[in-house]
Each structure stands twice: as C-alpha cells, then as structure tokens.
Design a protein around this ligand. Sequence first.
Ligand code: ADP
Length: 208
Amino acid sequence: MLNINPRIMIITVASFKGGVGKSTTAFHLATYFQELAPTLLVDGDANRSALDWGARGDIPFKVVDEKQAVKHARKYEHIIIDTPARPDEDELKTIAEGCDLLVLPTSPDALALGATLKMVDALHDLDTSYRILLTIVPPKPNKAGIEARTAIQNVELPIFRGSIRRLAVFQKAALEGVPVNTVKDSYSAIAWQCYVDVAKEIQDDQGE
Ligand code: ADP
C-alpha cells in the first residue's frame, strides 16, 4: 500500500485556453505553500513550463513531471499540479477527481471567459470543489475585471475574492526563472500579494 501522508492537500490548476496564467498560478501557489510545509509542484503541462522555469532560475520548492509524481508524493504535505492545457471533458473529469481543490484561472477577455464558463458545466456532477480565479486583470479604468467577475457571479459560479493583476513583473519573473517575490522590481510586492491573498482563501477553505 502507498504510504501517502493523510494530511496532504492536493491543488490542481487547469484551464481551457492557453496563456491565461495557469502555470504562473501553479508556480506561485507552490511558492506560498512551501513557506508553510514541504510542497511539490507536479508539472503535467506538455510545455513543461514549471520545469523550464525551475531550470532557468532558483526556485524554493521541488518540481517533478507527472511520471515521477507518485514516487515523490509521500514526502510532501502540499501538492500543486499544473495540468495539460486545454483538456477535453473526460480529461477534465479525471483531473478534477484526484484533487481537493481545482483552481481554474481565466483572464477576463471574452474568449477565455467563454471557454471557462462552458467547460465548467462538465464539473457539475462531480464532488470536487473548484473555484475560478481571474488573472491578468488590466488596471483601472479598464472594467474587464469587474465585468468578468459580475458575469461569473451572475451564473452563481464559485470565484476567488482576490484576483491577479496584469503586471509586467510576472513576465520578468518567468524570464528569470524565479517567483515574483524575489524579483527586483517596484511592483514585485504588489504582484506577490495577489497570490498570497488567493492562497489564504484556499487555506481558509481547506481548514489548513
Ligand atoms: P498558461 O499556463 O495559461 O499558458 P502562463 O502562466 O504560462 O499561462 O502565462 C502566459 C504568459 O503570460 C507568460 O508570459 C506569463 O509570464 C504571462 N503572465 C501570466 N500571468 C500574468 C500576469 N498576472 N500579468 C502579466 N503577465 C502574466
């Protein structure tokens, strides 16, 4: 029998469109949870974003691909899974069934939002809890973030109170291969706080 730690929390990050900040979200949630307890990031994205990221820079947690995940899982208290982009409905169900919380990042543009709302239907008959995360939200006076939030709330779908702002420092961090909180940039603290707020919502939710 596998000796999996019973206190393990598994968070899976999935999206139905590329470029919505899925890997960025998995990477920064792993950074946050590593500060609390040993955390493993499983990179299931064929683009291997997280593994590449780790190879470029200095990251504070362990990253493995999904083939190595089982071997490593028992040593960690938090497991964050970055999933393949654009799963079909069956893949999504399989992905969702294996976790405690499914995080669905979406940018506020109509294409990404439309894809998210459509695919979320597939989750209705599953027990897994999921929550939509608004990412790459443009600054005021642009209203895209507010409008997307209203659209999601109008159809009564679960959404994180916090959202992730569109900030160039996230791209800088990806290029350097480090989490945003270690980049020398006047926006790095603001960018990091976006993910801290979201991670705290997850902690409250999961009774951590
Ligand atoms: P996905 O995994 O959904 O394809 P990524 O996390 O790889 O998306 O992000 C796609 C691109 O957008 C990357 O260049 C990344 O640095 C950038 N990005 C992600 N989140 C943000 C953000 N909040 N603000 C600005 N750029 C972002």
